[in-house]
Design a protein around this ligand. Structure first.
Ligand code: FAD
Length: 384
């Protein structure tokens, strides 16, 4: 039998974390083989806006030598935020001027990172289905087409449902109790002016009765909306909502918002295209593992958390930059590099995951939106 291909460093996942890792390694003269299950870079839309935090996402972009290019793709005005109640009464508004967390579209950021790597750096259509550690300490990876390869260092940057994670930990993501229903309203300024006005120029939180709407104006003028509901874990699949029938699904979701302001209900009623259910999961807060030779995790694979701290992508990129830097700093001792990386990773991830869990409770407490208004006032007072 022919010997399977071997890679000194293999990265599973070409999301923001995996690409940042490959880029920073490359800047340090280290090649890594990157594998992703998507058939191509354009196989999936990369919708949504991300705010880049100074000490994580922006720090990673500096390490990647891409900070100036990042400044050129910022969505000006995207830092604006409004908090409304179920009657669409504005309870807090901030125009975002002078903010330090510029917004960028996830797709543009992904393209920036991908474009910084040579053609062919990522092998697309490579779905990992199995991983195991061999007797000689190397790791064997099996792809969906049956192909295998081995790696000295295997890095799981493969997101929430990581296939690498089981090499270091038994943990699996747990349902948070909140499900999002994702919709878009295209060309909102012209086609949905009332909805565009209620969302404003940046981020909208409209909360009450332990549910709500989270929405954002994208740079292309469309509205990206999540209706957020407290539901059982199997809500999206148990047949309560027929997601295959868009009009029926809209009616079912709108039943949850009976009595809410018409402009908020319109975010669902007027949506373009299908409704997509996105149950929100998280790994246990404080997830960590014992040092396992030649393998580690980053980003959601290591510390999936609910999106209510707005940290996940930022941390994935920071993890990646720090891991790459540690590997470059210890060319003859990768174990030392992985240990150093994980020593910083675990407490950082625990702190963010704790904040994320607290923020989820704040957004969906019976006191919302006042609880969120109070939280934001606290942040402002801290930074003043
Ligand atoms: C609704 C929502 C809103 C969010 N908003 C924010 C925000 O505002 N700010 C923020 O910082 N974070 C936010 N996040 C979190 C953020 O999206 C994630 O934390 C971030 O994408 C994690 O990056 P990653 O590279 O670790 O994983 P991912 O982005 O999930 O990338 C993993 C990659 O691995 C590939 N992959 C997966 N399995 C396999 C396999 N078996 N074989 C090969 N490849 C595989 C995938 O195709 C993917 O390309 C949000 C998340 C959600 C759900």
């Amino acid at each position: 039998m022919p010997t399977p291909p071997h890679h000194p460093i293999a990265v599973i996942g070409a999301g923001l974390g995996g690409l940042t890792l490959a880029r920073v390694l490359r800047l340090n003269g280290i090649e890594a083989a990157v594998f992703d299950l998507d058939a191509s870079p354009t196989a999936r839309t990369q919708g949504g806006m991300l705010d880049m935090h100074e000490d994580s996402g922006q720090a990673a972009l500096r390490a990647a030598g891409l900070y100036e290019e990042f400044r050129a793709i910022i969505h000006t005005g995207g830092e604006a935020m409004r908090i409304l109640d179920k009657d669409a009464t504005v309870r807090m508004e901030d125009d975002g001027d002078g903010g330090t967390r510029p917004e960028v579209s996830r797709g543009a950021l992904r393209d920036l990172l991908l474009g910084s790597l040579p053609e062919g750096a990522v092998r697309w259509g490579a779905k990992v289905t199995g991983t195991r550690t061999l007797d000689d300490g190397r790791h064997e990876v099996t792809l969906a087409d049956g192909e295998t390869f081995t790696a000295d260092v295997l890095i799981g940057a493969d997101g929430a449902w990581s296939r690498v994670r089981s090499l270091v930990s038994d943990a699996t993501p747990v349902y948070s109790g909140i499900s999002f229903v994702e919709v878009h309203l295209l060309d909102a300024g012209t086609r949905h002016p009332e909805s565009a006005a209620v969302v404003g120029g940046g981020m909208l939180f409209a909360l009450g009765e332990e549910k709500g709407f989270l929405a954002h104006r994208d740079p292309d003028g469309s509205l990206h909306v999540y209706a957020a509901l407290r539901t059982p874990a199997d809500w999206a699949t148990a047949g309560a909502v027929d997601f295959a029938d868009t009009e029926a699904a809209k009616e079912s979701v709108l039943e949850y918002f009976d009595g809410w302001d018409k402009r908020l209900r319109s975010l669902i009623a007027d949506a373009d295209g299908a409704l997509v259910a996105r149950p929100i999961h998280a790994l246990p807060v404080g997830h960590r593992w014992d040092r396992t030779p030649g393998v580690t995790l980053l980003g959601d694979a290591a510390h999936l958390m609910s999106p209510f701290a707005g940290e996940g992508a930022n941390l994935a990129m920071l993890d990646a930059a720090e891991l790459a830097t540690a590997i470059a700093a210890h060319p003859d001792d990768v174990e030392e590099a992985l240990a150093e990386y994980e020593d910083a990773l675990f407490p950082r991830a625990e702190e963010a995951a704790t904040g994320s869990a607290v923020n989820l409770d704040i957004c969906f407490s019976p006191d919302a939106p006042q609880s969120l208004v109070d939280l934001m006032a606290g942040y402002r007072a801290e930074s003043a």
